[in-house]
Design a protein around this ligand. Sequence first.
Ligand code: B16
Ligand code: MG
Length: 219
Amino acid sequence: MKKTGVIFDLDGVIVDTAKYHYLAWKNLADELGIEFTEQDNERFKGVSRKRCLEILLEMGSIEASQEQIDTWLKEKNEDYLSYITKMDESEILPDVPKVLKYLRENKIPMALGSASKNARPILEKVNLLSYFETLVDGNSVTKAKPDPEVFLIAAENLGVPPENCVVFEDALAGIEAANNAGMTSIGIGEPSVLTEAKFNFIDFTEINLDFLDKLISQE
Ligand code: B16
Ligand code: MG
């Protein structure tokens, strides 16, 4: 039987940290006099912190020095971390533990593949860190999704060929990254948005163990 590896995105798949990113970006936007709505925040999902700030500044037609940009990035992250420190297991998205436990019982190696530089403290806060053999996050990648880099490094760290890896993602760029890596992409969220996903579920409550079984036991 082939060896399968499973890779999870973080924000929007394991936990909903998008709401905290939104609050922190909104605080900075208010300070800069830029209108910023939850709708605008949708564009920030799966996008690196640096690129998010570039988009925000473009929205406000603001040009700034590198020094000023670094100060704003630091400010936004400190604000975001003030929300993260209050997180606990109650913030894990529904039925995520069911899937993680099932995969662990079946000795399927798991990785995290996220754009966030805060992935480790978040997984520690919600007590899920021990499930993952490797964390590939914003600290270890140079190219953003839809580039497959993050998932290819995860596959290498797991010792599983990319074509035997399955990726759970909530952002279209992440689905494209998984497809570009030659992996099986599973969209978590609206199928009308995640149009490129091989399989799609609104959330993990829709995923039954039979489906997982087929996924991990394919010859
Ligand atoms: P940080 P994911 C992404 O996480 C978020 O969706 C995105 O909104 C955020 O800007 C990015 O992480 C970077 O996060 O500021 O913590 O480094 O969906 O790739 O898990
Ligand atoms: Mg995500």
